[in-house]
Design a protein around this ligand. Sequence first.
Ligand SMILES: Nc1ncnc2c1ncn2[C@@H]1O[C@H](COP(=O)(O)OP(=O)(O)OP(=O)(O)O)[C@@H](O)[C@H]1O
Length: 676
Amino acid sequence: MILSHQHVDEIRRIAAGHAPAAGTPDSLIHRSWHRCVNTHGLDPAQSFGPRVESPTRLRESRERIEEYLQVARGGMEQLFKRVSDLGYVLLLTDADGVTVDYIGNDSWGKDAQRAGLYLGANWKEEIAGTNGIGTCIYEQAALTCHRDDHFYTGNVGLSCNTAPLFHPDGKLMGVLDVSALAMPNARESQHLALHLTTLYGQMIEDANFVRHFRDHWILRLATSWALVDVLGDMMLAFDSDGVLAGASTGARKWLSGLALQGGDDAPIEGRHLTDVFRCSMDDIWRLARSSNVMDRALLSAFDHQSYFGSVVAPRMRSAASSAAGPRDVTDAAPALAPASPALERLAGDDKQMRALQDQARRLANKRINILIQGETGTGKEVFAKALHESSTRHDKPFVAVNCASIPESLIESELFGYTAGTFTGARSRGMKGLIVQAHGGTLFLDEIGDMPLHLQTRLLRVLSEHEVLPLGADRPIRVELTVIAASHRDLRQLIAAGSFREDLYYRLCGATLPLPALRDRRDLGYLIELILREEAEHLDTRAYIADEALELLERYEWPGNVRQLRNVLRFGLALSDGEGIYPEHLPPEVTAPPVLLLLPPASGAVPAVSVAQSPPARAMTRPPEAERLLAALQEHRWNITAVAAQAGQNRTTIYRQMKRFGIVSPTQLPPEGERS
Ligand SMILES: Nc1ncnc2c1ncn2[C@@H]1O[C@H](COP(=O)(O)OP(=O)(O)OP(=O)(O)O)[C@@H](O)[C@H]1O
C-alpha cells in the first residue's frame, strides 16, 4: 500500500493531465480522479467521513422505487449466500448513489457502518470522490474500485465491485455493490467478486424487466440453444401485433449498436420484431409453440447472426388460450381498438373482414410496414387508404404507386426522383421522387411483386436507412414513411423463384393482412347496398335493385371481386335509366346460366334436376358434399331458406354451393323441350 501523501500526489498529477506512473489503475479511475478535482472541486488531501442521509430522505427514496427494491432484494439474498464467507457486504443504491438496501454480516457490522457501507450512506462521486458506486453512476458500466483507486485516503481500505442496474426504459435505476474491507492488495483478488456482481446485476435487471412487462409477450434470445429456456442473453417485450415495447439492457445495447452502425438512431420502442429478425410474425408464433429448441433459430436482420429464441406469454392470458398458442392473439389483446370510420365502412358483417379491420386499427399508428395480399379487385388499395386515414398521418400524403403499370424504365426515376440535368429534354428540370413526396405519410406500393430486382435493392436501402438518393444526386434525402405494399401474387413463391428479395419481403411484412375474395365474404348484401348508393349518387339516379337481380348477384362467383361488383352495379344503373336494376340490366356473365354437371338421380322420390353441359368423365363424379346438398334440397322441396337454416348458413352460400356442384332448382330449369 502506498503512503497517503503519495496517493494524494498521484491523484493531483493525473488530475493535472500527467501520464500515470507505471502499474497504476486503469483510465476509468483516472477519468474519475480528473473529474473529482476539476469538475467536482474535491481535494484528495481532505479527510472524508461518509454522508448518511436522514431517515426521511431514505424513506422517500425507498418508496419511490419500491418495486425495484422488492425485485433486487431477491437477487441480493442469493448473491449474499455466495459471498458472505469471503467477507463481503452488499449495498443497493438508487440512481443518486443513496444506499437504499444493505445485507451484511453482523459480526463486522460496526466497521462496515463506520466505513459508510450501510443504509442511507450517500456514495455520489461529487460527495465521496472516486468510489465504486459514484463512479459506476458516471460511467454506467460495471467496475472495480480497489483500495488506492479511491479518491479519499480514508476509503483506501475498501474494495468495491459495482454493476449499474437499468430500468427497462434504459434509464439508470441504481447500483448493486459488493464491498469488503481489508482485501489483499492484488487487484486480481476482486475478479471473481466483480464477475458475480455483474451476473447478479443482470439477473436483477432481467427479473425487473419480466415483472415490468408481465402483460406483454417476451422474446428471450440466446446464442446457445441449450440455455435459451433458462438464461436469455437478451429480452425483447412486444405486443400482440409484434411492436416492441422494451428491450433488456443486453438487447438494447445490441440493437442500438447495430442500428447506429446503420445510421439509425430511432428509439427501439415502436419498432417491429420483423424489422429486427428476418422472419414474419407467424414464425414468432410458431416459435412460441415449438417445443424443439433446434427449431427456434432466428436470423438477425442486422448482423445476420443466428439466435435461439423462446417466447413467454403475457400474464393475463388464460391457461386455455396459452395452450392454444398465440395464433389467436386478438383474443389476448386488451380492448378493441377505437373505431375508425374509414376502415369501418369497408365491410359489413363478415368475420374475416372484421378481424382485419380490428388488426388494421391497432396497426395504424405503429411504425410498421404492412403487406396486403388478396386477389385482384379485393380492395387492397382501398384498404391501404383507409388504414392511412385512420392513422395520425392522415393529414400527410398518401402516395400510391402501381409497380406493374409504370414502365420499368421509368419506375426508378418516378420512385427515387432525379436532379436537374440528369436527363435531357422534357425531363431536364429534375423531379422529386414519389418516395420523397410520401415523406411523413404513407407510400402504397401496389403490385410490389412486379418491382424489378435492382429496384428492390434500392427500396430495401430506403426502408432500412430511411434515406433516398435521387438519380444524379450526391447527397441522400432523409425520409420517414410507412410503406404499405400489396400483391395478388404469393411473394414467397416469387422468392423461391428468385424474382423477389427475401430481405425486402421481411422488411415489408411487419404485418400481413390477407383480404378475402368476395365469394368468401358474408357481407355481399352490405357491399351491394353501399356501392349502389355511391354509384347512384354519382349518376344522380335512383338506387334500387329488384329481388330477382339481387338473387343473380348473390349466386355469382365474382372472379373480379369488389371491383367487378362495382362495375356491374354501375352498368346496371346506367342501363336501367332510373327504373331500378332488373336482371335484364345485368351483364351477360352474371345472368348466364352456370355450367352444369350431370348428377345421376339420387335415391329418392324427387328426380335429379341437373343438366349436363360438361364432359361425361367429369359429369359422372358426384362429391359427397354435393350428395348431401342435393339430399337436403330434395328433403326441403327446394326451399333454399329452409336448407340454409338447417345448415346454419345463409342463402347466398347455398346458392354458391349449388352453382359449384351444378345443381339447379326445378323452378329454374327451362321447359323440357328446350334443354340442350
Ligand atoms: N370495401 C369496399 N367498399 C367499396 N368499394 C370497394 C371496396 N373494396 C374495393 N372496392 C372497390 O373495388 C375497386 C377495386 O379496389 P382496389 O383498387 O382497392 O382493389 P385492389 O385489390 O387494389 O385491386 P388490384 O389488385 O387490381 O390492384 C375500387 O373501385 C373500389 O372502389
